[in-house]
Design a binder for this molecule. Sequence first.
Ligand code: C5P
Length: 295
Amino acid sequence: MSPERTVREGQLRVLAPAKVNLVLRVLDRRSDGYHNLWSLMQTVGLEDELLLTVRPGSAGVTLHCDDPTLPTDSRNLAVRAADLVLERTGRALGLTIRITKRIPVSAGLGGGSSDAAGTIFGLNRLLGLGWSLDDMARVGEQLGSDVPFFFHGPSALVGGRGEVVTPLSLSGRRWLVLVHPGFPIQTKWAYDRLAASRRTVPPLSAALTRLGEQRNVAWDEVIPLMENDFEPALLPVHGELGAIKTELLEAGAEAALLSGSGATVFGVFRQEGEALRARDLVQRSKGRRTFAVLS
Ligand code: C5P
């Protein structure tokens, strides 16, 4: 998980990173309504900042967030995460969470899930719970399919509905240009579109099967294998996503792909200078939010 710093007794700062999916295959639909996934996920250098403060002698979780569009009640995953931890530990204390939001929302970058993971991680430390990464991931999986990954990053293969996480070493760093088009995509809607747009599920390729057997892979091996099953389902509906992808490739990206169920598209670059130039080019279009970050 992310770096952390004790600000003072009873207070902890946690950095909760965004993720991208370098590969996202959505496989069969399961009897619980979820889909089995095959994904290669990677954290990136764009972080929300969480400040957790324990209030001994009081009760309840209070959330303050600098993004006024986000709910601060139990619809927010960070609040649900804190409630779950406090319920499990049976501790009668209050908690204040302050979130400085930098990761775009409903963007396929896992921001809400990372905030939830960061809250569990931070509370484990603040309250001296002694939970292992696996223990924390098991709590996190009750909150959302992307949450367990954040305990096992920076790079991991993700299966099941998101709870089967196998850490992986990914060698050879790359710069990523993240481009958010300025509109959100709801995950549930994207899965419905995907179901409506395909008749059969193509099997996992031999190359990805081989990749899944390795614990050390290089960026050079991954780049030719990058794919996301949501692209054929969503790009025809949102022309802007395909336009961003084309612009990133024309700006010199080695690969460009939708992240998660969108709406962020990212490009992969070898050099910082190339990434910064590409970011400057694509951010000329109105409404977009762009970031050049290290993987
Ligand atoms: O787990 P999470 O709350 O992030 O999932 C949101 C929605 O995405 C689910 O309600 C489901 O429709 C879809 N989903 C899925 N299979 C997954 C993960 C998510 O069908 N593995």
